[in-house]
Design a protein around this ligand. Structure first.
Ligand code: SF4
Length: 414
């Protein structure tokens, strides 16, 4: 397989050009075409001679590939599906994670069933509501109804192919891209379809950046959130490289304020992110009580939410960089006064925002989304205690917008 140019730094592009017998300035031209002009083919790079392009193409791929399909919601949200060929490898040693932490996650992920989750959370069976068809785009058997799906018919050779999703969310002046960082995810959160599919490999920086380049709205994007498939801090080398290309003056030249990286809280890597990056941070919190959080999020065992908050407190979020906490509201699980008060205690004094998220139902999961009235009461309680809290509007429910649903269904149907 040829090396990809997409994802290379300016220095690396110059070195690549020199390696092909070309002047270093051709590397700068490549950066301009790929990152500033968002060129998706060699043909567009008209100020690079044909001979130079041919020499480069002998050795390198651009790393750009069109989505295999897309689905548009009635609210304008658009979900794209990409084919990728990820490497199935463990986190790079540079992430400095203790293997024991991962072993703990794998053990819990393998052994924990939804039934066990229900027992841990003390839900009576008759209070468990499972409605597989509601808001999921799935039929009664949990199969994709194919609603709104547009297939462009292009496919690779099927060797080592995985599917990832990106979602473009239009809001007034903004066009936000929700980006995937891995094929699947090993964190195993019980409320997440991606977590259920397990880990299928690491994306490289090109596969991450391609999501920005190869969608219809590539030239209109205003913001990006790394909240798609995967745990960004479990593939940090590729994610940090993508962030560098996104924010460098020779790259996309985006302000770091336009980018938010979400994490479950992989503590050693989070520390590195907080030291090195200026992008916003979002932490998946979902329950302030460690034992309850563990029942839905195996990673809690490896990286306790209290340890995560303690780490975050050591950094300054009063300026440009912001930290927010994602809190998906599950009826009867994390939505009462006891939880609101514990959350207030956990976050007291921290400059932050809490985003309450409406839950998109997924099959075989015991909880429904909390009602609007309950979410509003929860929000108001936090706001009254000086914790800034908002309810995030729900988008794209009719196109399998819950993370991992479309890719999972698509892989299953292949
Ligand atoms: S919620 Fe995020 S971290 Fe958890 S399994 Fe899904 S993709 Fe992974």
């Amino acid at each position: 397989m040829k090396e990809k140019l997409l994802g290379m730094t300016l220095q690396e592009l110059k070195a690549a050009a020199q390696g092909c017998g070309l002047k270093p300035f051709v590397g700068a031209q490549l950066a301009d075409w790929l990152y500033a002009k968002r060129a998706t083919s060699w043909d567009r790079m008209v100020n690079i001679s044909k001979a130079a392009r041919e020499a480069l193409a002998e050795k390198y791929d651009l790393g750009v590939s069109a989505p295999v399909g897309s689905a548009i919601s009635s609210d304008g949200t658009k979900k794209y599906l990409f084919e990728v060929h990820p490497e199935r490898k463990s986190p790079a040693p540079s992430t400095n994670c203790n293997q024991q932490n991962y072993n703990q996650i794998d053990k819990i992920t393998d052994n924990c069933s939804v039934k066990e989750v229900a027992s841990v959370t003390n839900l009576k069976e008759d209070s468990v509501v499972v409605d597989n068809s509601k808001n999921t785009g799935l039929d009664e058997e949990g199969k994709n109804t194919g609603k709104n799906w547009v297939d462009n018919g292009e496919r690779g050779d099927g060797q080592g192919v995985e599917y990832i999703e990106s979602v473009m969310i239009p809001e007034e002046e903004r066009r936000t891209l929700c980006v995937s960082s891995q094929a699947g995810c090993r964190m195993g959160c019980k409320f997440c379809m991606t977590g259920r599919h397990g880990f299928h490999g690491q994306l490289d920086a090109a596969e991450i950046l391609n999501q920005f380049l190869s969608i219809d709205e590539a030239g209109e994007l205003s913001n990006a959130v790394f909240m798609g498939m995967g745990e960004p801090m479990d593939n940090y080398d590729a994610v940090s490289r993508a962030l560098e290309v996104l924010t460098a003056p020779w790259g996309f030249a985006w302000s770091p304020k336009r980018v938010t990286v979400s994490t479950i809280g992989v503590v050693p890597v989070l520390k590195r992110f907080l030291e090195e990056e200026r992008c916003h941070l979002a932490v998946s919190l979902h329950n302030p009580f460690p034992e309850e959080r563990l029942s839905l999020m195996p990673a809690q065992k490896a990286w306790d939410i209290r340890e995560i908050i303690d780490l975050i407190r050591q950094y300054d979020f009063s300026g440009q960089r912001r930290v927010s906490f994602e809190y998906t509201m599950f009826a009867g699980f994390n939505d009462d006064k006891r939880h609101a008060d514990a959350l207030i205690r956990l976050l007291r004094g921290l400059e932050c925002r809490v985003n309450l998220i409406r839950f998109h139902r997924i099959p075989d999961f015991p909880y429904d989304c909390a009602s609007d009235a309950v979410m509003e009461a929860f929000r108001d309680r936090l706001n009254n205690h000086q914790i800034l809290c908002t309810i995030r509007s729900s988008r794209g429910e009719d196109i399998l917008a819950a993370c991992g649903m479309l890719a999972g269904q698509h892989a299953a149907s292949d």
